[in-house]
Write a protein of this length. Structure first.
Length: 229
């Protein structure tokens, strides 16, 4: 367990249509390991906000916290590096997340990454749940439906407010059982865009709900290893 002085402040950024609830099982695990946690709610339902405003809202939630580790999941990977480009952070962790190209519009990410070639079908609720949460307990899948939010797309066609990748150690954790961003798609993308080999862990796209303890332990490990990154 970390001492208060050595503890990290994990800033957890949810994916598209998500909320801070997505992390409700990971938060107590991280606190048990001695860390502080800030699980944010991006203002995704506000039609007047976009990536820049998302980053500003995260920074406002951080306040004067120290030892910041920014963690972005899925679409949260677009906002996370923007946050790191605006304030001092110790570490950036992407959890099977979208890796933005500086200056590229979010809407262009899918074509730029050639995602469409995967042919993933999500036409029914059953298909959506199978793609995103096939290893999540049924009661949590049902509960998650109560916490989903509509996401506006104000700046979808505007360049991401990021001129270059932030100068902060970066780790990428790939989810081996993810059917939305499958390993064979993500491995080469991580290498191409970040120039690193991703770490890997078992779990679906929503493994923070299916394997929260394992995820918290890996984040704690990253904090311990940060000086070697």
């Amino acid at each position: 367990m970390s001492s208060d002085q050595d503890a990290a402040t994990f800033v957890l950024i949810h994916g598209g249509g998500g909320s801070s609830w997505d992390w409700h099982l990971v938060e107590p695990e991280l606190r048990e390991l001695g860390h502080r946690v800030i699980a944010v709610d991006l203002p995704i339902e506000d039609p007047d906000t976009g990536i820049s405003e998302y980053a500003d809202s995260v920074i406002a939630d951080i306040g004067d916290a120290r030892n910041i580790v920014v963690v972005g999941h899925s679409f949260g990977g677009i906002t996370a590096p923007v946050v790191c480009s605006r304030i001092h952070t110790e570490l950036l962790v992407l959890l099977n997340a979208m890796i933005p190209v500086p200056g590229q519009a979010p809407d262009k990410w899918w074509d730029g990454a050639e995602y469409g070639a995967l042919g993933i079908k999500m036409e029914t609720e059953e298909q959506i749940n199978e793609v995103f949460m096939h290893d999540v307990p049924a009661e949590l899948v049902a509960e998650s439906q109560k916490h989903g939010r509509d996401q506006t797309d104000k700046d979808g066609d505007k360049p991401i407010p990021l001129e270059s990748w932030p100068d902060v150690p970066t780790r990428f954790l790939l989810f081996r059982d993810d059917r939305f961003f499958p390993p064979e798609f993500m491995r080469p993308l991580v290498q191409k865009r970040l120039g690193i080999t991703p770490d890997e862990i078992d779990g679906s796209h929503c493994m923070m709900l299916s394997r929260p303890k394992e995820l918290a332990q890996r984040l704690d490990q990253y904090w311990s290893e940060r000086k070697n990154v």
